[in-house]
Design a protein around this ligand. Structure first.
Ligand code: TYD
Length: 204
């Protein structure tokens, strides 16, 4: 059974984008059909929304940001996810847990509201597996090197709260693996690959 939805989560600079890329390369090599989506972003329309939110000069209020993230998700869900469910593997760089972690645990927006709008968009869509990339607390920096989006403005404590949020959200979820970014990229690539083989029934 191939057609699963696999999500890569974690705070900025945790290495999730590196690993989702590695998994894509591996699936390509194995000639397995998949699509890769990033949030915010993904479709043409949601990339437009991404630019608006992540613009370093953006002065949107936090509830405006929340609604934009969710608007971007709706574009992805209707145009990319829904038509591909049960057809292809779907890899997603950030999904609904990012909204709870950043907008609720980080920005303190009411959780029920976020969950309600999220359910309104994706209904009971099942995530098959989540890789949560974590950064050791002492290594969480104020500025994530090389990045110039709006979230670079937030302080260390914000990222600590967001990471704590991710861990809380996924605590009871059996279908997840926590990836410790202080381990080598090579080591993490290998354990993710082993897990992917298991989830997707791939023979090495
Ligand atoms: P990301 O794509 O990881 O940034 P980059 O490509 O620069 O590595 O994510 C962009 C930012 O959006 C990130 O700081 C987290 C934030 N975000 C939220 O706050 N809520 C959400 O629901 C999502 C999907 C992202």
């Amino acid at each position: 059974m191939y057609n699963k939805i696999i999500v890569f989560e974690g705070i900025d600079g945790s290495g999730k984008t590196y690993h989702i890329k590695k998994v894509s390369q591996y699936l390509k090599y194995k000639k397995i059909k998949f699509i890769k989506i990033r949030e915010p972003g993904g479709t043409k329309n949601s990339e437009i929304i991404r630019k608006i939110i992540l613009n370093g000069k953006s002065t949107f209020k936090k509830k405006t940001d929340l609604l934009l993230y969710l608007a971007s998700r709706n574009e992805n869900y209707e145009n990319l996810i829904k038509p591909n469910i049960d057809k292809k593997i779907i890899l997603i760089d950030r999904f609904k847990d990012s909204t709870i972690a950043y907008q609720h645990y980080g920005m303190r927006i009411n959780k029920d509201i976020i969950e309600k709008i999220n359910n309104f968009i994706i209904g009971d869509l099942k995530i098959d597996y989540t890789f949560l990339h974590t950064v050791p607390l002492k290594s969480i920096k104020k500025k994530i090197s090389g990045k110039k989006n709006k979230y670079d403005m937030f302080n260390k404590n914000f990222y600590k709260e967001v990471q704590r949020g991710f861990l809380k959200i996924l605590k009871k979820n059996k279908n997840k693996l926590i990836i410790d970014s202080s381990k080598s990229k090579k080591y993490n690539t290998q354990i993710i690959k082993t897990k992917i083989n298991k989830i997707l029934n791939i023979n090495e």
